[in-house]
Design a binder for this molecule. Structure first.
Ligand code: FES
Ligand code: FES
Length: 161
């Protein structure tokens, strides 16, 4: 077992993990942060996307020990300080960017990373960035629309699905 200490959503946390413990399992099982979803465990679906030191990472592709000392952000830390939805979350709600919601935490975390590096992406850039995030429900159209709306762009010309 190894000791890990990291900052998660602004709070310092510690734990004892095995070397093989996935970051996704540490978050969900040890920290009870179950907003990070696990759809595949094999780096395919993107439901587990978190930010580690500001970079979007699939939490099932890293070991918890690799996050020792890191700044981690999960979907639980994305709301505004008053508990209201942040601009991306609100846009998903406004533009029907989710149905069952299973993919949504990963989509929101990927969108946040995209908008940080590219504040006004084109539709194509959004679609390309989301290549690693699978949604089985929405057909992606409204997710793309929501992310473009969250970036402040006029999405009235993008047809709803
Ligand atoms: S659970 Fe990590 S990519 Fe699917
Ligand atoms: S909303 Fe159901 S998987 Fe995306």
């Amino acid at each position: 077992m190894a000791s890990v200490t990291m900052t998660v959503n602004g709070k310092s946390v510690s734990g004892e993990v095995e070397g093989r413990t996935l970051m996704s399992d540490f978050l969900r099982n040890d920290l009870r942060l179950t907003g990070t979803h696990v759809g595949c465990d094999t780096s395919q679906c993107g439901a587990c996307v978190i930010h580690v030191n500001g970079e979007a990472v699939k939490a099932c592709t890293m070991f918890a020990v690799e996050a020792d000392g890191a700044e981690v952000a999960t979907i639980e830390g994305q709301a505004n300080a008053d508990g209201s939805l942040n601009v991306i979350q609100q846009a998903f709600q406004d533009h029907h960017g989710l149905q069952c919601g299973f993919c949504t935490p990963g989509m929101v975390m990927s969108a946040a990373a995209l908008l940080k590096e590219n504040p006004t992406p084109t539709e194509r850039e959004v679609r390309e960035y989301l290549e690693g995030n699978i949604c089985r429900c929405t057909g992606y159209h409204n997710i793309v629309k929501a992310i473009m709306a969250a970036s402040g762009q006029d999405v009235s010309a993008i047809a709803a699905e």
